[in-house]
Design a protein around this ligand. Structure first.
Ligand code: LLP
Length: 464
């Protein structure tokens, strides 16, 4: 293709693509922030991860499959531990949880947050030390709370007065004194600044600060202290997810430390811990530019120290709860292309053998993803494509807009990076599609850590 022709093609494609998406100069390039650290292309152009070519992974384990780069996951754990010195890092298991990952995060020195009995069961089955588990949730059942107490879970993040009632009753019965953090709704919306914060009452999580005297959050802490049954370990706030800007954390820390100061002034108590939650953003496309954990850690510590100095508070022991930033970029999904349909003059629809059942985020949150041809390099020019699944629904989109090589054909493997968080954990059996396996790769080897669901698994639940 001559240069002026290529320029004209790019201009034309560019018109139909979203403004941020540019036709790539090299369709085979892998952009580092999107991919796990060990991902690259072999001499034959095949994508490899953990030293294993994806063609081998597909042959051994089938497609679709989630591929976890174990070394990359460990590195991300270490970056958070090192980047947040003196801070407890709890991995938010809701992003993705299985026994192998529990063991890895435990080995790397992280704690683990769970928010249901199922997540707790997985953590305990994998041997996570219970004192390093935090238990979240706005509607924990009495049975779940009892199980957490009996297991010796290290901290329970209390979310409502009804829950404090339940937990107090259970603790009395057992003669134990569980450590609790009060979940504070600070009124900061993710991605946004203080000026456009959400209304406190329009939120199912936590205790509100609204009302001038520390709101129901103050009342909850005061009641826990007065009862003396539960140990008030600290305050907790989580402002949202996929956040790139530290201003939300700043407002949140200021507000929650304001409550800390009020507790000191009125009740003469400074709870020792402060948990600022998770929410650190990752790169899904070229548009996202996440800060490294060390930078986030520095920003957060500075914010808290400054505010504590201003309020003359002791700096509490801090905790954070990253989920997405730990596991998101460590995984990609490997699909096989089934059909390529050129919808004249608009774009090519590339159908893969999975879809909204293994990645609901595109349909649910309008999330943007990227994709690359994984089973070979291509010398063809770019075509504007939409990667869609096999489900009976027009909204079954995996990657809404991407430039893929124009010679993409059935049988090719396609990889979608950044699918470690909230993809397998939110997967469904829609259209009775069995959920894909998770295959860990490291040191030139692959191992299945979550096996593929089978039709027999689906039928086993259907007891007639
Ligand atoms: N801590 C608490 C209390 C949380 O509620 C969450 C996420 C986290 C930590 C971890 O947030 P992360 O670091 O992963 O952003 N399904 C949505 C995300 C829901 C997040 C729910 N809570 C998605 O796919 O984007």
């Amino acid at each position: 293709m001559r240069a002026h022709e290529a320029g004209a093609l790019h201009a034309d494609l560019g018109r139909r693509a979203p403004a941020w998406l540019r036709p790539p100069t090299d369709v085979n390039a892998l952009l580092p922030p999107l991919w796990p650290a060990t991902a690259g292309r072999g001499g034959d152009g095949v994508l490899t991860a953990g030293g294993v070519p994806v063609t081998e992974l597909a042959a051994a384990h089938g497609t679709p499959a989630y591929v976890l780069d174990e070394a990359d996951l460990r590195t991300r754990c270490r970056e958070f531990v090192a980047g947040f010195p003196g801070v407890d890092v709890f991995y938010a298991g809701k992003a993705f949880l299985c026994k192998a990952v529990v063991r890895i995060i435990a080995e790397e020195g992280l704690g683990l947050d769970v928010c249901t009995g199922g997540e707790l069961a997985t953590a305990l089955a994998a041997g996570m030390p219970p004192d390093r588990i935090g238990f979240h949730g706005n509607n924990k059942s009495t049975a779940e709370l009892a199980r957490a107490l009996d297991a010796g879970v290290g901290r329970i993040i209390v979310d409502s007065s009804a829950e404090i009632d339940r937990l107090t009753g259970l603790a009395r019965q057992r003669g134990v004194r569980p450590r609790v953090l009060v979940r504070v709704t600070v009124g900061v919306e993710a991605h946004t600044h203080e000026y456009i914060a959400t209304a406190h009452e329009d939120q199912k999580f936590g205790f509100s600060l609204a009302g001038g005297t520390g709101g129901s959050a103050f009342d909850a802490a005061a009641r826990i202290l007065a009862d003396g049954v539960l140990e008030l370990a600290g305050l907790h706030s989580h402002i949202g997810s996929q956040i790139f800007d530290s201003s939300g954390f700043e407002v949140s820390a200021r507000r929650v430390l304001g409550l800390q100061a009020r507790l000191r002034d009125t009740l003469r108590v400074e709870p020792p811990e402060l948990d600022l939650g998770g929410g650190f953003g990752i790169a899904y496309t070229t548009q996202d530019d996440p800060a490294p954990p060390a930078e986030l850690g520095k920003q957060l510590l500075t914010i808290v120290e400054d505010e504590c100095r201003a309020l003359r508070l002791a700096v509490p022991r801090l905790a954070v709860e990253p989920g997405r930033a730990i596991v998101g970029p460590a995984m990609f999904t490997l699909y096989r292309v089934g059909t390529v349909k050129d919808v004249d003059g608009i774009r090519s629809y590339v159908s893969v053998d999975g879809g909204m059942s293994d990645n609901i985020r595109t349909a649910l949150y309008d999330a943007a993803y990227s994709a690359t041809l994984a089973s070979r390099a291509s010398s063809a020019g770019p075509m504007l494509a939409r990667v869609v699944g096999k489900h009976c629904e027009a909204g079954d989109i995996v990657v809404a807009d991407e430039f893929l090589p124009a010679d993409l054909r059935p049988g090719d493997l396609l990889a979608v990076p950044g699918t470690g968080a909230y993809c397998r954990s939110m997967a469904s059996n829609y259209n009775h599609v069995p959920r894909p396996p998770v295959v860990a790769v490291a040191g030139g080897r692959s191992r299945v850590i979550v096996r593929r669901e089978t039709e027999a698994d689906l039928l086993a639940l259907d007891v007639g």
